[in-house]
Design a protein around this ligand. Structure first.
Ligand code: G3I
Length: 308
């Protein structure tokens, strides 16, 4: 949730966030348009506030995200760039931010959602502008972004994050191929984030385990970065039970994969969730551990059980 400290239900939100989780991810406040709304003018206020909250409550912070095709400021996508100028702007964005948070953020989504569902790279502003001449068909910006992040912090875990790659298929295959090739070429990539925005209350965790192990065998850590399990309306006790089973299975699967280094939910309460944004989401909501009144749901207990 954005700027939760200013929400009418700030006290309840704060209690749930700090009382039940040991890490947090700002949902929007570390994205490019938030952190660098004007060229060379960085705005760290809201993001710093998340970090201060995390420190106060001894929580880790997952930085999300340095380079994406969405939520870019107008000065970036609206201008025309020479290649050296754009590489310099990319370097400035990534290194300034990673350096700013160096003491407090040990895990960054460096590149988010570069791959299309068909296993071909998304034709984003970054790909179109910088091409893919230098890295065997992998858009140059990906390698550059990881290298710049590493320059600014040599210890941080650098993550490639995407959705729809939790299960096997063209997208997961293409991401695996990309990460292997990047590693082979010396790009400092440490981990892959599986977002886990799951619709339809169905998921094959055997397939996930096999898929994730391909990545850990390639020398990468894996994370579950943005979990939610949308319930198609109406919410019924049966559907809550099905959701609960999936959440428990996800946590058990994560624990069974050596090299799976963390599980994050994409929100705290069903009251504040991107699944409630009709412009984005069809196919359900109520995907989180706490309901709209901040009551722990059956899935909360299933996760607790799976963590024992
Ligand atoms: O803050 C403005 C507000 O001032 C304005 O009145 C309102 C009008 O639409 O928009 C508000 O901004 C919205 C912002 O969320 C904050 O609520 C943006 O329009 C909206 O586009 C933005 O959506 C975010 C979305 O990423 C952007 O693509 C969601 O909150 C956020 O949950 C979602 O997160 C992504 C991850 O970053 C990457 N993985 C998928 C995940 C879900 O889509």
């Amino acid at each position: 949730m954005n700027n939760f400290w200013a929400a009418p239900d700030a006290a309840e939100y704060t209690r749930a966030l700090s009382g039940h989780f040991n890490a947090l991810t700002p949902e929007n406040q570390m994205k490019p348009d938030s952190l660098q709304p004007r060229r060379d003018t960085f705005q760290f206020g809201p993001a710093d506030r998340f970090v201060a909250f995390a420190k106060e409550h001894r929580m880790a912070v997952h930085g999300h995200t340095l380079v994406w095709h969405q939520q870019n400021p107008d000065w970036l996508e609206g201008a025309s760039w020479t290649r050296p100028e754009l590489i310099s702007a990319l370097s400035n964005h990534v290194t300034t931010i990673v350096a700013h948070f160096k003491e407090d953020i040990a895990l960054w989504d460096v590149v988010n959602e570069a791959m299309g569902d068909n296993g071909k790279f998304r034709d984003s502003f970054w790909k179109k502008s910088l091409g893919d001449d230098n890295h065997d068909g992998i858009p140059d910006y990906i390698d550059l972004a990881f290298r710049f992040a590493r320059q600014a912090d040599r210890d941080c875990i650098l993550v490639y994050n995407d959705y729809g790659a939790e299960h096997s298929g063209a997208k997961a295959d293409a991401i695996l191929k990309m990460t292997r090739e990047l590693k082979r070429g010396g790009t400092p990539i440490d981990a892959v984030g599986f977002q886990f925005h799951i619709k339809g209350l169905r998921f094959d965790f055997d397939d996930f385990r096999k898929n994730a192990r391909r990545f850990t065998s390639a020398g990468l850590k894996v994370f579950i970065t943005e979990a939610d399990f949308a319930i198609p309306p109406p919410v019924t006790p049966e559907k809550l039970a099905a959701q609960s089973k999936l959440c428990g299975e996800m946590v058990r699967a994560a624990r069974a994969i050596s090299g799976c280094a963390g599980v994050f939910w994409w929100g705290v309460t069903d009251r504040h969730s991107w699944l409630n944004m009709p412009e984005f989401v069809k196919g359900g909501a109520d995907g989180l551990l706490f309901d709209r009144e901040y009551t722990p749901k059956p899935c909360y207990r299933a996760v607790q059980e799976a963590l024992r």
